[in-house]
Design a binder for this molecule. Structure first.
Ligand SMILES: *Cc1c(COP(=O)(O)O)cnc(C)c1O
Length: 387
């Protein structure tokens, strides 16, 4: 065995020792919320397909028809020949949903953040980011080579203090946060952050991967409570509630034009396949026109929380904090034995000591299944803590 293989094996052994080795499991979707794993049918409470649109007949049909008409792949970067006719329609719809001039679609949400952040700030600039911001916002920040200051989760006083101390010494500044936090399910105080950012000539960027289609009437975290927070950079993904694939930024025209000119994952990566773009367009139509569907996931999460006497959820993501990775893994295995697929989330995805079950609720979940799941969590997972 060469040094490469020995390195990989030693690294894996060390991770396995700490219960942090990860593996992929083949999981076949069977309709909206059911999957098959190792030949067993399970009800999944760990998909981000909150509206089950990946399985919606109109969405699937749009993907098939676009594939038949335009082909399976885009063939090149959008700046070369990959800008097939569906992109303009999708970007127009996203801009309307978010109330901006225009939008720019990327290959994925991760790629979007790697592209957007370094296009706007660089050496000599400042980034202030929530400590629980998604890994790809942090990766975009690192790539930009700006000074990065991290604030305590949702702590407005800390944001204010960091900007008061550091803003003046830097030319441009960006404030980064998730709109809905991916592993905790809580909302960022977007309107208050927008005010602080504006007062310090700092550009607020929200990553609304888990907000669009679910909160703010489906328009995302800038629209929670009925108003519209002044967020000049609204980023998100098409791969969660939209049920397809791809990432986007919604912003003012010159900002989008700059992103299309300078964002490296936009320039140097192939455009999304026509089928994925068409599926997103069809899904956004459903989100814009079916308020009952949009309201359903949060209602389902609320049923679960009420049965466990947990605080009312702010999104359809509900974490059950268990602490040690092995406890989260054991809880996940117990639920799998009961027919439920619920992911154990471990560091470094979440901070040390906060391994958890992460439950996600979708429009298609059955109320009786939610009740049975809640009872098992209460009686066989959390009960240990009560004693
Ligand atoms: C999933 C996620 C992303 C990445 O989006 P993809 O389209 O899956 O690459 C970005 N930000 C947050 C907060 C996410 O949860």
């Amino acid at each position: 065995m060469g040094t490469l293989e020995r390195f990989a094996e030693a690294k894996l052994a060390a991770l396995a020792e700490r219960q942090l080795r990860r593996t992929v499991h083949e999981t076949a979707p069977c309709g909206a919320v059911r999957v098959k794993r190792n030949g067993r049918p399970l009800i999944s409470f760990c998909s981000n397909d909150y509206l089950n649109l990946s399985q919606h007949p109109a969405v699937k049909r749009a993907a098939v028809e676009a594939t038949e008409r335009w082909g399976a792949g885009a063939g090149a970067s959008r700046l070369v020949t990959g800008n097939h006719p569906l992109f303009a329609e999708l970007e127009g719809r996203l801009a309307r949903l978010k109330g901006t001039d225009d939008a720019c679609v990327f290959g994925s949400g991760y790629l979007a953040n790697l592209g957007i952040v370094p296009s706007l700030v660089g050496k000599g600039d400042l980034i202030v980011a929530d400590e629980l911001s998604h890994a790809c916002l942090r990766a975009g920040a690192a790539l930009s080579r700006s000074r990065v200051e991290i604030f305590r989760h949702n702590d407005l006083d800390h944001v204010e203090a960091l900007l008061t101390t550091h803003r003046a010494g830097h030319e441009r500044a960006l404030l980064l946060t998730d709109g809905v936090f991916s592993m905790d399910g809580d909302l960022a105080p977007v309107a208050a952050l927008a005010e602080i950012a504006a007062a310090h000539d700092t550009w607020l960027m929200t990553d609304d991967a888990h907000g669009v289609g679910v909160v703010g009437g489906g328009r995302g975290s800038s629209f929670v409570g009925g108003g519209k927070a002044e967020v000049p950079l609204q980023m998100g993904t098409l791969s969660k509630a939209v049920g397809s694939y791809g990432g986007y930024l919604c912003a003012a025209q010159p900002v989008i034009d700059l992103i299309r000119t300078r964002a490296r994952p936009f320039i140097y990566s192939t455009g999304l396949p026509p089928g994925a773009v068409a599926a997103s367009i069809a899904a956004l139509d459903l989100i814009a026109n079916d308020p009952d569907l949009v309201a359903a996931p949060l209602r389902k999460a609320a049923l679960f929380c009420a049965r466990l006497n947990l605080p009312a959820p702010e999104s359809c993501i509900v974490p059950i904090l268990l602490g040690a990775p092995e406890r989260a893994l054991a809880a996940s295995r117990l639920l799998e034995d009961e027919g439920f697929l619920v992911a154990a989330i471990r560091p470094p995805t979440v901070p040390e000591g906060t391994a958890r079950l992460r439950l996600t609720f979708s429009a298609g979940h059955d109320d009786a299944d939610i009740a049975r799941l809640a009872d098992i969590v209460r009686d066989r997972i959390l009960d240990r803590d009560a004693r």
